[in-house]
Ligand binder design. Structure first.
Ligand code: PRX
Length: 568
């Protein structure tokens, strides 16, 4: 079927069978994302088309065709099988954005195992809780990250294999570690894709909540149906596009739309594994002739800071379609991008649990800058009252975003946490935990999260995880963590800390604690500010009231604290 056209026409008579037909889905036959993203494209006669163009630090470059994607993912799958990795075993990918991450992901899926990508900047404790919860049996990593794995492996009885993809043979390898070179391993001719079905588990992504440790969001192979169609209709990928998704596959955007969506469409995508700078990014767009660019508001705000002068230094005329996700895309950013690039960024809204884009500004649709747009065809979205969960039909009235469950990429469980999963469903709705309103034309306007999770630069961090880690610092008696406003990252982590007797609050201690969290958890979780206070606001039952501290940071009315206490 065609690419996106008139919104109302596309919503009328919509059925997911549109994607099922295009992907030749048959519920009685095997269905495997890894196969669809490589072998199928080759079988369609596009094996020699470029699939992945990669640029790394120091000008390193690599290219892989769809034939390579098929062959190299087979090599990885065969290697994992030779170690004894079984279908549904969890295999963690703990790497920078290098080709092994993208191709390894497909290889894991092709043997029916579950891919568990984790952000390579995670410290040992963040890594530990996620591997421990998932009972992960193998981890694929790089030399530069293996020290973090070594630190925790003794506490992970299920973790049997540590695979290092860039071992140069210079340093000796430990007994439980294996060197594996994806590019040099011989091609395997008789590879059999595991016959996964629509409901077989595929990907496990960890996401943070207000309370408790991060939750493992389990997806299944059938998610491809919505990931494919949203890639086609929202990101507007065509056969001859050069696509760039700036997200890291440690997070869901980097898998749903950085691997699965584009490869299942047989499109060429490029990846840059170099830190952010406006010049480096524009240079990449210019050199690769990027046509479709999927990024995030924090990056866009940083590009705005670099100014239009920097834009003018480059030829960005290849750009055809721009989209954004992860945080509110402010109206100024949309208007600026239209002026600077001659193209407006199209906001898209979704989350790890939804697996695919739920609300968006579609190509060709009138954009209202600052609005997230409209629901994808086939998605029933509404706003419900925060307390009663009754649907609000009055335009402009704020409430919780709500979706009727049943789209293909919907998560199937929180790993080993059924009660948390059930708590997301109320009165027949799935509640993603965000507040919004809908205007009279059916456009959604994001208001904020309905919980204490901090969204820093498009990455969710849970206050509980940081508070727990803070308590492990010898100087910290108690702590409360909230988001504080930030002009670029939207919000950053701020910690309020009371110190134990014998410790001196001050800049030295602040830096020491910051560093402690950065190493243990990640640079994202590191508080940008630590305020030492005498005591934290608490409820009568002794629970810390983050909301009071949050309101103070955002200059909001704190309101009646006695009701806040009752609420807790
Ligand atoms: O709060 C919403 C915010 O990011 C959350 C999802 O984060 P995560 O599961 O890490 O997935 C991020 C990428 C899909 C949402 O619950 N969010 C995501 N997109 C937007 C957004 N907030 C405002 N506008 C958006 N377009």
């Amino acid at each position: 079927m065609a690419h996106f056209g008139n919104y109302d026409d596309f919503c009328k008579d919509f059925s997911w069978s549109i994607a099922e037909k295009e992907l030749e889905f048959d519920k009685n036959r095997p269905f495997n994302i890894g196969w669809h993203c490589s072998d199928r494209i080759c079988n369609m006669g596009n094996g020699s088309k470029k699939a992945l163009i990669w640029e790394g630090l120091g000008g390193k470059k690599k290219e892989y065709t769809y034939n390579d994607l098929r062959d190299r993912s087979n090599v990885i799958g065969t290697f994992l099988r030779s170690l004894g990795v079984q279908p549904e075993d969890r295999v963690c990918l703990f790497m920078d954005k290098i080709p092994e991450l993208y191709i390894g992901f497909l290889g894991i899926l092709k043997i029916g195992a579950i891919a568990q990508p984790l952000f390579s900047a995670f410290g040992d404790e963040s890594l530990f809780v996620r591997l421990d919860n998932a009972g992960t049996s193998a981890i694929i990593t790089q030399r530069k990250h293996v020290a973090k794995v070594r630190k925790i492996v003794d506490r992970l009885p299920n973790l049997k294999h540590i695979i290092i993809v860039d071992h140069d043979g210079k340093k000796s390898i430990k007994e439980n570690e294996i060197a594996f070179n994806m590019d040099e391993a011989p091609i395997v001719s008789d590879f059999h894709v595991h016959p996964t079905t629509a409901d077989s588990p595929s990907v496990l992504h960890y996401t943070s909540g207000t309370t408790g440790l991060p939750k493992g969001v389990k997806h299944v192979h059938y998610s491809l149906i919505s990931q494919y169609l949203t890639t086609k209709w929202v990101l507007d990928l065509h056969d001859d596009d050069i696509y760039w998704c700036t997200a890291d596959p440690g997070w869901v955007t980097g898998t749903s739309y950085g691997i699965i969506g584009p490869f299942s469409m047989g499109v060429t995508q490029c990846v840059m594994d170099v830190g952010f700078s406006a010049d480096a990014w524009y240079n990449f767009i210019q050199n690769q002739h990027v046509t479709v660019w999927y990024s995030a508001p924090t990056a866009i705000r940083s590009l705005m800071k670099a100014g239009e002068e920097t834009v003018k230094k480059y030829d960005l005329s290849s750009l055809r379609h721009l989209a954004s996700v992860g945080e509110p895309l402010n109206a100024e950013a949309v208007i600026w991008s239209e002026k600077a690039y001659g193209k407006a960024f199209h906001d898209t809204y979704w989350q790890t649990e939804t697996g695919s884009i739920m609300i968006s500004n579609f190509p060709g649709m009138t954009i209202k800058p600052g609005s997230m747009g409209k629901p994808f065809p086939g998605i029933t979205a509404g706003i419900v009252d925060v307390k009663t969960h009754e649907q609000i039909t009055e335009p402009g009235r704020a409430g919780l975003i709500a979706f009727r469950p049943g789209w293909p990429a919907m998560m199937r469980e929180y790993w080993k946490n059924p009660s948390a999963y059930e708590s997301k469903f109320v009165k027949g709705w799935y509640l993603p935990g965000d507040r919004s309103s809908i205007d009279k034309d059916g456009y959604f306007w994001f208001i904020g999260r309905d919980d204490d999770v901090i969204n820093t630069g498009g990455h969710l961090v849970g206050p509980f995880e940081i508070e727990s880690a803070l308590l492990e610092h010898p100087a910290v008696a108690e702590s409360a963590v909230v988001g504080k406003p930030d002009p670029v990252n939207m919000e950053v982590v701020k910690a309020f800390v009371t110190v134990k007797p014998g410790f001196e609050p001050g800049q030295d201690l602040e830096l020491q604690i910051m560093n402690f969290i950065r190493k243990k958890l990640s640079p994202l979780a590191m508080p940008q500010e630590i305020e030492f206070i005498d005591s934290l606001p608490k409820t009568r039952s002794g629970k810390i009231m983050r909301r009071i501290l949050h309101a103070r940071e955002w200059g909001e009315e704190i309101g009646d604290t006695s009701t806040l206490e009752d609420d807790e």
